[in-house]
Design a protein around this ligand. Sequence first.
Ligand SMILES: Cc1cc2nc3c(=O)[nH]c(=O)nc-3n(C[C@H](O)[C@H](O)[C@H](O)COP(=O)(O)OP(=O)(O)OC[C@H]3O[C@@H](n4cnc5c(N)ncnc54)[C@H](O)[C@@H]3O)c2cc1C
Ligand code: SF4
Length: 510
Amino acid sequence: MANKRRLVLVLGDQLTAEGAALRAADKTRDVVMMAEVRAETDYVGHHKQKIALVFAAMRAFAEGLRADGWTVAYTRFGETGNSGSITGEILRRAEEHRAASAVTIAPGEWRLRQALEDCPIPVVQLPDDRFLCSEAEFAEWAKGRKSLRMEYFYREMRRKTGLLMAGDDPEGGQWNYDAENRKPAQADLFRVNAPRFAPDGTTREVLDLVAREFADNFGGLEGFNWAVDRNGAQKALAHFIAHNLADFGTYQDAMLEDDPLLYHSLLSPYLNLGLLGPLEVCQAAARAYAAGKVPLNSAEGFIRQIIGWREYVRGIYFHEGPDYTARNHLDQHRKLPWAYWGGKTEMNCLRHAVAQTRDLAYAHHIQRLMITGNFALLAGVDPAQVQEWYLAVYIDAFEWVEAPNTAGMSQFADGGVIASKPYVSSGAYIDRMSDYCGSCAYSVKKKMGEGACPFNLLYWHFLDRNRDKFAGNPRMAVIYRSWDKRKPEDRKMILGQAETMLNKIAQDAF
Ligand SMILES: Cc1cc2nc3c(=O)[nH]c(=O)nc-3n(C[C@H](O)[C@H](O)[C@H](O)COP(=O)(O)OP(=O)(O)OC[C@H]3O[C@@H](n4cnc5c(N)ncnc54)[C@H](O)[C@@H]3O)c2cc1C
Ligand code: SF4
């Protein structure tokens, strides 16, 4: 019956064969629709590799559905008739296939949810049950709590999943082994490289398309080394568990100039696109621990990132509402330095973090938090511009996960919903956790004066200019006390030199 036919909209980050919309559909009657459209490629200037990964993975997924017996209406980028937006494509396909409504998984972004609500034909948005904690469950957990700290949420998720539990207690007696996880790393010639994913014909076609159509977007395509289907993503998972998980915990905060990946998993794009599920990834880590192949601090640290942080930030994004991304608690309005897009800077750490982001569309958590994030926060950059940058440049960036990490965890723009204090540091932290400072034009040891590390100057400027917001925070009292103990003339000099540095940053001359 033609009038009962529904479209099943599968978005580029919903590439899960058992996703709620496909489960709700009838293979013999309904039509799956997928579309590569301008509105999605252009709402921020995505990294070339990100567009390439999403398109290549969408095309591979569509082929898999066809092989499985689905009718798939797939709109390629630039093909004749492509209306350029998701809702435009829904209307076009509805007419073509005489469908009266559509069903989809609710998008991970307020912008698209609203667009689907406004669509002239009804689009049912089903809860995204690929996450372990539903939006309703998160709201229940958050109800009546004074503060929404990740650690308590995480414990609930451990209990719920049974991961690393010994009965009612956490494996090993502690919930969190982060105290063992803050070691700097040494260059290691024997570290196992990431697996290679040679592009297949579809991927090569997409890489050509992106090189042609998005030539001015940030980033290079040469380093593209991502799996584009579930099979490849499972290989990446197996490789990580076998080679890198054991040392993941110990070195997860470390940074090395010549080793941008260290022991990180690089699984975020596969998780966020739906090629891997959070539970299967965590169960693989828990099995490796149970088999005695990896230590508890690594298995726990890794699992916490996924069932803790990943689920928690998504909960926060939807709990806080559509205005979350517009918040600017610290009233910061400076422009994002050109160095973030590859412009010149003498700061070795920032230069390296941006260069690897350009080449790989990837930087690990501490580079994002303590180099690019820390610097933007100290330099007073408008959080909306910082968010736009993070949303654009990383292979795994989708708003539900990018925004809370950037606006909340990194920029304190939400006023402390996520972080109990701002993630700021002077150069000493970067020096301890990396080898960047050795070859920097600035001196990390110099707290002030010619050539002093910009982090050292701006750190105190940040604390001083935000005193009214942080002085009452018990976790920051010691820092303010140590600032107040400094000689008044030193404080004045540091603040003056920080002002000069801020002016240089504004002129992109630092
Ligand atoms: C400012 C800022 C912006 C970020 N933007 C994104 C983003 O757009 N997309 C994204 O997926 N992650 C983001 N993160 C979180 C984290 O940096 C990445 O998930 C991680 O670097 C991905 O690399 P990996 O897969 O090698 O992670 P690993 O270090 O191997 O960690 C394992 C997994 O844990 C999950 N994870 C770890 N930390 C977080 C976190 N804070 N929030 C959510 N999931 C986490 C990821 O799924 C990751 O794959 C951001 C962090 C910061 C500080
Ligand atoms: S000295 Fe400062 S700017 Fe240079 S690498 Fe170290 S932390 Fe970065």
